[in-house]
Design a protein around this ligand. Structure first.
Ligand SMILES: Nc1ncnc2c1ncn2[C@@H]1O[C@H](COP(=O)(O)OP(=O)(O)OP(=O)(O)O)[C@@H](O)[C@H]1O
Length: 340
């Protein structure tokens, strides 16, 4: 952490309780387009925070402001305690980032591109460069393609190379903008593994995604963006548990089902998805047994969406680019690939 004299007032003032990244009243406009509006984001130190939002919700713009690549129209952005973009030189050496357009040279091989980036990395001694590049290529599964020219790489290989560049040296924080974009299912699994490794090593990770299932699989915290604004934020487990637990029962006799449950003091209501049983008033087996005993045919019973799932489904239901499977746990990796 920097303790340099700081006449511009842009240096770090960070203790253990300070978030690794923080924004207050962050806003960015492009002409009449409001890309980000009044965003207050906290990325706790040591967390994996998923910035979740449909396409165009402001994820990339927020990340770019945090990394000092774009100057906010209004508000503040702090990275590792440093004000961005003014103190970028203090914060960025400790941050690895994968953002759009990483600027690789098309006619150089993957390895040579990384060697160029590694040569400009102040934290790597000359004698360490070859091993760092080899290690990063290995980590993202690109060793076999390292000698091929970048321009021949698939989108997934380009993503992997960008990730390798972000992981050339150990970092305090890693920022990944849609890292699974263009990856096949095995590539997606590798990204999850790398994020889990970073988390285990105490590295703070900020990762954006437009898929709830993706965030559920990798993150400890989540911030949901919609139309440039944070609409929900907190620990993933808490947000997933928000809302009362419920069971959705599919039956052609909905009214009879609700009546039978009511006769047994079990709360339920008819919804477009089926009969929603309030599981604070009975367990699922008891509710189902009640229905069966009353002669109500039960075609299917499944867990109702949590508050977060509900919220995200509502935000994305008109977005053709987003996966809106009824049950996000069902979103297969093939689906994830298909929606990009
Ligand atoms: N340089 C720019 N000039 C004009 N408009 C922009 C610019 N960058 C972003 N926008 C607009 O700001 C809004 C937010 O874009 P942003 O890329 O931050 O969203 P996103 O959530 O990252 O979306 P995606 O997942 O599609 O990348 C969009 O309406 C976008 O068109």
């Amino acid at each position: 952490m920097s303790t340099d004299s700081d006449p511009a007032g842009v240096g770090a003032t960070q203790d253990a309780s300070t978030p690794a990244a923080r924004t207050r009243g962050l806003r960015k406009t492009y002409g009449s387009t409001v890309a980000v509006d009044n965003v207050d984001l906290d990325v706790p130190e040591g967390s994996v925070l998923g910035m979740l939002g449909p396409n165009g919700s402001g994820k990339t713009t927020t990340i770019r402001m945090l990394l000092g690549l774009v100057r906010p129209t209004e508000g503040e952005a702090q990275l590792l305690g440093h004000s961005m973009p003014d103190a970028a030189a203090h914060a960025l050496p400790e941050v690895g980032a994968l953002v759009e357009g990483p600027g690789f040279h098309p006619f150089l091989s993957g390895r040579d591109n990384l060697l160029r980036i590694a040569a400009a990395e102040p934290r790597l001694a000359r004698s360490e460069i070859a091993a760092a590049v080899g290690g990063a290529l290995e980590r993202v599964g690109l060793t076999g393609a390292a000698a091929r020219k970048y321009r021949g790489y698939s989108l997934g290989m380009k993503q992997r190379l960008g990730l390798a560049a972000a992981l050339l040296v150990p970092r305090r924080m890693v920022v990944l903008d849609e890292p699974t974009n263009g990856l096949d299912p095995s590539g997606t699994r590798e990204i999850r593994r790398i994020i889990a490794e970073l988390y285990a090593a105490g590295v703070t990770v900020l990762v954006s995604s437009h898929l709830l299932a993706e965030v559920e699989a990798t993150c400890t915290h989540v911030a949901v963006l919609h139309a440039g604004t944070v609409v929900a934020q907190g620990e993933l487990a808490e947000l997933l548990e928000s809302g009362s637990p419920g069971l959705i029962v599919s039956t052609p006799e909905g009214s009879e089902a609700v009546q039978a449950l009511r006769d047994n003091r079990i709360l339920s209501r008819l919804t477009p998805d089926g009969v929603r049983v309030d599981l604070t008033t009975a367990t699922a087996p008891v509710a189902l047994e009640t229905l069966v005993r009353a002669g109500v045919p039960v075609y299917e019973a499944r867990r109702a969406r949590t508050g977060l799932e509900d919220l995200f489904a509502r935000l994305t239901q008109n977005d053709p680019d987003s996966s809106t499977s009824d049950d996000p746990a069902d979103t297969s990796e093939t689906d994830m690939e298909a929606v990009r």
